[in-house]
Design a protein around this ligand. Structure first.
Ligand code: KIV
Length: 267
Protein backbone atom coordinates (compact mmCIF):
# COMPACT_ATOMS: atom_id res chain seq x y z
CA UNK A 1 0.00 0.00 0.00
CA UNK A 2 1.64 3.21 -1.18
CA UNK A 3 -0.97 5.73 -0.14
CA UNK A 4 -0.07 8.88 1.74
CA UNK A 5 -0.17 8.40 5.49
CA UNK A 6 -1.31 10.47 8.45
CA UNK A 7 2.38 10.73 9.43
CA UNK A 8 3.10 12.39 6.08
CA UNK A 9 0.22 14.84 6.58
CA UNK A 10 1.43 15.71 10.09
CA UNK A 11 4.89 16.42 8.61
CA UNK A 12 3.32 18.78 6.07
CA UNK A 13 1.66 20.64 8.97
CA UNK A 14 4.94 20.81 10.89
CA UNK A 15 6.74 22.13 7.79
CA UNK A 16 4.01 24.71 7.14
CA UNK A 17 3.05 23.18 3.77
CA UNK A 18 -0.67 23.48 3.04
CA UNK A 19 -2.63 20.27 2.37
CA UNK A 20 -5.19 19.88 -0.43
CA UNK A 21 -8.47 17.99 0.05
CA UNK A 22 -11.47 17.54 -2.26
CA UNK A 23 -14.64 15.52 -1.98
CA UNK A 24 -15.02 12.78 -4.61
CA UNK A 25 -17.53 10.03 -5.21
CA UNK A 26 -16.48 7.99 -8.26
CA UNK A 27 -13.49 6.27 -9.86
CA UNK A 28 -12.97 8.60 -12.83
CA UNK A 29 -12.82 11.81 -10.79
CA UNK A 30 -10.74 9.98 -8.16
CA UNK A 31 -8.22 9.16 -10.90
CA UNK A 32 -7.89 12.79 -12.00
CA UNK A 33 -7.68 14.14 -8.44
CA UNK A 34 -5.02 11.56 -7.63
CA UNK A 35 -3.03 12.37 -10.80
CA UNK A 36 -3.19 16.07 -9.95
CA UNK A 37 -1.67 15.41 -6.51
CA UNK A 38 -4.61 16.10 -4.19
CA UNK A 39 -3.50 14.64 -0.86
CA UNK A 40 -6.84 13.65 0.71
CA UNK A 41 -9.91 12.30 -1.12
CA UNK A 42 -13.02 12.78 1.02
CA UNK A 43 -15.95 10.49 0.25
CA UNK A 44 -18.33 12.98 1.82
CA UNK A 45 -21.97 12.50 2.60
CA UNK A 46 -22.39 15.70 0.56
CA UNK A 47 -23.01 13.07 -2.14
CA UNK A 48 -26.60 13.06 -0.84
CA UNK A 49 -26.94 16.60 -2.20
CA UNK A 50 -24.66 16.79 -5.26
CA UNK A 51 -25.12 13.21 -6.56
CA UNK A 52 -28.56 12.24 -5.27
CA UNK A 53 -30.28 15.65 -5.36
CA UNK A 54 -31.52 15.69 -1.75
CA UNK A 55 -31.68 18.98 0.14
CA UNK A 56 -29.55 17.64 3.00
CA UNK A 57 -27.04 14.86 3.77
CA UNK A 58 -29.47 13.04 6.09
CA UNK A 59 -30.84 10.40 3.64
CA UNK A 60 -27.35 8.97 2.88
CA UNK A 61 -26.85 5.37 4.02
CA UNK A 62 -23.86 3.22 4.97
CA UNK A 63 -24.36 1.09 1.85
CA UNK A 64 -24.14 4.18 -0.35
CA UNK A 65 -20.97 5.54 1.29
CA UNK A 66 -19.36 2.09 0.98
CA UNK A 67 -20.34 1.89 -2.70
CA UNK A 68 -18.83 5.32 -3.48
CA UNK A 69 -15.75 4.72 -1.34
CA UNK A 70 -15.04 1.47 -3.20
CA UNK A 71 -15.20 3.35 -6.51
CA UNK A 72 -12.87 6.08 -5.23
CA UNK A 73 -10.42 3.45 -3.95
CA UNK A 74 -10.42 1.71 -7.34
CA UNK A 75 -9.78 4.98 -9.17
CA UNK A 76 -6.88 6.22 -7.04
CA UNK A 77 -3.53 4.96 -5.78
CA UNK A 78 -1.75 7.70 -3.84
CA UNK A 79 -4.15 9.92 -1.91
CA UNK A 80 -5.38 9.11 1.60
CA UNK A 81 -9.09 8.23 1.54
CA UNK A 82 -11.36 9.60 4.28
CA UNK A 83 -14.99 8.38 4.26
CA UNK A 84 -17.93 9.93 6.11
CA UNK A 85 -19.92 7.97 8.64
CA UNK A 86 -23.45 8.96 7.57
CA UNK A 87 -26.28 10.31 9.76
CA UNK A 88 -27.22 7.96 12.63
CA UNK A 89 -24.51 5.42 11.77
CA UNK A 90 -22.53 6.33 14.91
CA UNK A 91 -25.27 7.16 17.43
CA UNK A 92 -23.67 4.78 19.97
CA UNK A 93 -19.99 3.81 20.34
CA UNK A 94 -20.75 0.16 19.47
CA UNK A 95 -22.62 1.14 16.31
CA UNK A 96 -19.77 3.52 15.38
CA UNK A 97 -17.20 0.74 15.78
CA UNK A 98 -19.15 -1.68 13.55
CA UNK A 99 -19.79 0.91 10.84
CA UNK A 100 -16.29 2.43 10.93
CA UNK A 101 -14.84 -1.06 10.50
CA UNK A 102 -17.08 -1.52 7.44
CA UNK A 103 -15.77 1.71 5.88
CA UNK A 104 -12.19 0.42 6.22
CA UNK A 105 -12.85 -3.25 5.41
CA UNK A 106 -15.46 -2.92 2.64
CA UNK A 107 -15.05 0.71 1.54
CA UNK A 108 -11.22 0.62 1.54
CA UNK A 109 -11.03 3.99 3.31
CA UNK A 110 -8.08 4.71 5.63
CA UNK A 111 -9.84 7.20 7.93
CA UNK A 112 -13.48 7.71 9.01
CA UNK A 113 -15.06 11.12 9.60
CA UNK A 114 -17.82 11.90 12.08
CA UNK A 115 -19.55 15.13 13.06
CA UNK A 116 -19.76 16.40 16.61
CA UNK A 117 -17.93 17.43 19.76
CA UNK A 118 -18.10 16.44 23.42
CA UNK A 119 -20.62 13.63 23.02
CA UNK A 120 -18.23 11.80 20.64
CA UNK A 121 -15.14 11.69 22.86
CA UNK A 122 -15.70 8.09 24.03
CA UNK A 123 -16.42 7.01 20.45
CA UNK A 124 -13.25 8.64 19.09
CA UNK A 125 -11.21 6.94 21.81
CA UNK A 126 -12.84 3.57 21.16
CA UNK A 127 -12.21 3.74 17.40
CA UNK A 128 -8.61 4.92 17.68
CA UNK A 129 -7.83 2.35 20.40
CA UNK A 130 -9.07 -0.30 17.95
CA UNK A 131 -6.81 1.03 15.16
CA UNK A 132 -9.36 3.06 13.21
CA UNK A 133 -8.12 6.60 12.49
CA UNK A 134 -10.69 9.34 12.98
CA UNK A 135 -11.25 12.72 11.35
CA UNK A 136 -13.42 14.85 13.65
CA UNK A 137 -15.71 17.61 12.31
CA UNK A 138 -16.72 20.77 14.23
CA UNK A 139 -18.45 24.06 13.43
CA UNK A 140 -21.31 23.77 10.96
CA UNK A 141 -22.44 20.15 11.17
CA UNK A 142 -24.63 19.40 8.12
CA UNK A 143 -26.04 16.24 9.76
CA UNK A 144 -27.43 18.50 12.54
CA UNK A 145 -28.95 21.05 10.14
CA UNK A 146 -32.41 20.81 11.71
CA UNK A 147 -31.09 21.32 15.22
CA UNK A 148 -28.87 24.21 14.08
CA UNK A 149 -31.78 25.85 12.26
CA UNK A 150 -30.01 26.01 8.89
CA UNK A 151 -26.58 26.12 7.27
CA UNK A 152 -25.31 28.96 9.47
CA UNK A 153 -21.88 30.26 10.53
CA UNK A 154 -20.92 28.77 13.91
CA UNK A 155 -18.73 30.01 16.79
CA UNK A 156 -19.53 33.72 16.49
CA UNK A 157 -20.28 34.39 20.18
CA UNK A 158 -17.43 34.23 22.71
CA UNK A 159 -19.15 31.34 24.50
CA UNK A 160 -19.61 29.34 21.29
CA UNK A 161 -16.01 30.03 20.23
CA UNK A 162 -14.74 28.89 23.63
CA UNK A 163 -16.68 25.68 23.48
CA UNK A 164 -15.35 24.95 19.95
CA UNK A 165 -11.77 25.54 21.17
CA UNK A 166 -12.31 23.16 24.13
CA UNK A 167 -13.96 20.51 21.95
CA UNK A 168 -11.15 20.63 19.37
CA UNK A 169 -8.52 20.05 22.06
CA UNK A 170 -10.60 17.28 23.66
CA UNK A 171 -11.11 15.48 20.32
CA UNK A 172 -7.37 15.59 19.65
CA UNK A 173 -6.71 14.25 23.18
CA UNK A 174 -9.24 11.45 22.56
CA UNK A 175 -7.21 10.36 19.52
CA UNK A 176 -8.56 12.20 16.46
CA UNK A 177 -5.94 12.38 13.68
CA UNK A 178 -7.56 15.14 11.62
CA UNK A 179 -10.17 17.84 12.26
CA UNK A 180 -12.54 19.48 9.78
CA UNK A 181 -13.68 23.00 10.76
CA UNK A 182 -16.67 24.13 8.72
CA UNK A 183 -18.01 27.71 8.49
CA UNK A 184 -16.40 29.37 11.48
CA UNK A 185 -14.78 32.83 11.76
CA UNK A 186 -11.23 32.92 10.37
CA UNK A 187 -9.63 34.09 13.63
CA UNK A 188 -11.24 31.25 15.60
CA UNK A 189 -10.04 28.71 13.01
CA UNK A 190 -6.55 30.24 13.17
CA UNK A 191 -6.50 29.91 16.98
CA UNK A 192 -7.64 26.27 16.84
CA UNK A 193 -5.16 25.42 14.06
CA UNK A 194 -2.30 26.89 16.10
CA UNK A 195 -3.40 25.09 19.27
CA UNK A 196 -3.60 21.61 17.70
CA UNK A 197 -0.78 19.32 16.54
CA UNK A 198 -3.10 17.41 14.16
CA UNK A 199 -3.85 18.90 10.71
CA UNK A 200 -6.95 21.11 10.63
CA UNK A 201 -8.93 21.06 7.37
CA UNK A 202 -10.97 24.20 6.75
CA UNK A 203 -14.07 24.83 4.63
CA UNK A 204 -15.36 28.36 5.05
CA UNK A 205 -12.84 28.67 7.90
CA UNK A 206 -10.30 31.12 6.49
CA UNK A 207 -6.75 30.83 5.20
CA UNK A 208 -4.90 29.82 8.39
CA UNK A 209 -6.08 26.19 8.45
CA UNK A 210 -3.46 23.55 7.58
CA UNK A 211 -5.62 22.18 4.75
CA UNK A 212 -8.51 23.34 2.56
CA UNK A 213 -11.40 21.19 1.37
CA UNK A 214 -14.13 22.00 -1.15
CA UNK A 215 -17.00 20.00 -2.56
CA UNK A 216 -15.72 18.89 -6.00
CA UNK A 217 -18.93 19.78 -7.83
CA UNK A 218 -18.88 23.31 -6.35
CA UNK A 219 -15.27 23.99 -7.33
CA UNK A 220 -15.90 22.79 -10.89
CA UNK A 221 -19.07 24.88 -11.20
CA UNK A 222 -21.25 21.78 -11.66
CA UNK A 223 -23.56 22.26 -8.66
CA UNK A 224 -26.85 23.78 -9.88
CA UNK A 225 -27.99 27.00 -8.22
CA UNK A 226 -26.02 29.38 -6.05
CA UNK A 227 -22.49 28.36 -5.06
CA UNK A 228 -21.68 28.73 -1.33
CA UNK A 229 -19.85 32.03 -0.75
CA UNK A 230 -16.81 30.24 0.72
CA UNK A 231 -16.31 28.19 -2.45
CA UNK A 232 -14.79 29.16 -5.80
CA UNK A 233 -15.37 27.90 -9.34
CA UNK A 234 -11.80 26.99 -10.35
CA UNK A 235 -12.87 25.97 -13.87
CA UNK A 236 -14.60 29.24 -14.87
CA UNK A 237 -12.94 31.83 -12.65
CA UNK A 238 -9.37 30.86 -13.52
CA UNK A 239 -9.99 30.20 -17.22
CA UNK A 240 -8.52 26.75 -16.61
CA UNK A 241 -10.35 25.26 -19.60
CA UNK A 242 -10.00 21.62 -18.52
CA UNK A 243 -10.68 19.68 -15.32
CA UNK A 244 -7.00 18.75 -14.76
CA UNK A 245 -6.07 22.45 -15.14
CA UNK A 246 -8.80 23.48 -12.68
CA UNK A 247 -7.47 20.95 -10.16
CA UNK A 248 -3.93 22.34 -10.60
CA UNK A 249 -5.28 25.87 -10.12
CA UNK A 250 -6.89 24.76 -6.83
CA UNK A 251 -3.66 23.09 -5.67
CA UNK A 252 -1.55 26.15 -6.54
CA UNK A 253 -4.00 28.52 -4.85
CA UNK A 254 -4.10 26.45 -1.64
CA UNK A 255 -0.35 25.77 -1.52
CA UNK A 256 0.52 29.45 -2.10
CA UNK A 257 -2.12 30.67 0.35
CA UNK A 258 -4.13 32.66 -2.21
CA UNK A 259 -7.26 30.54 -1.59
CA UNK A 260 -9.34 31.12 0.45
CA UNK A 261 -9.30 34.92 0.13
CA UNK A 262 -11.23 37.31 2.39
CA UNK A 263 -14.25 36.99 0.06
CA UNK A 264 -14.41 33.24 0.87
CA UNK A 265 -14.01 33.71 4.65
CA UNK A 266 -16.08 34.87 7.62
CA UNK A 267 -15.34 37.33 10.48
O1 KIV B 1 -19.62 15.68 3.17
C1 KIV B 1 -18.79 16.53 2.89
O2 KIV B 1 -18.56 16.85 1.72
C2 KIV B 1 -18.05 17.20 3.97
C3 KIV B 1 -17.22 18.37 3.60
C4 KIV B 1 -18.07 19.52 3.27
C5 KIV B 1 -16.22 18.70 4.67
O3 KIV B 1 -18.16 16.81 5.08
Amino acid sequence: MNRLTLTHLRKLKTNGEKITVLTVYDASFAHWLDQAGIEILLVGDSLGMVIQGHDSTLPVTMEQIIYHSQAVARGSQRALIVADLPFMSYATPAQALDNAARLLREGHAQVVKLEGGKWLLDTVKLLTDRGIPVCAHLGLLPQSVHQLGGYLIQGRSEAAADSLRQEALALQAAGASLLVLECVPSQLAADITAALTIPVIGIGAGPACDAQVLVLYDMLGLTPGKRPSFSKDFLQATGAGTIPNALQAFITAVKTGTFPGPEHSFN
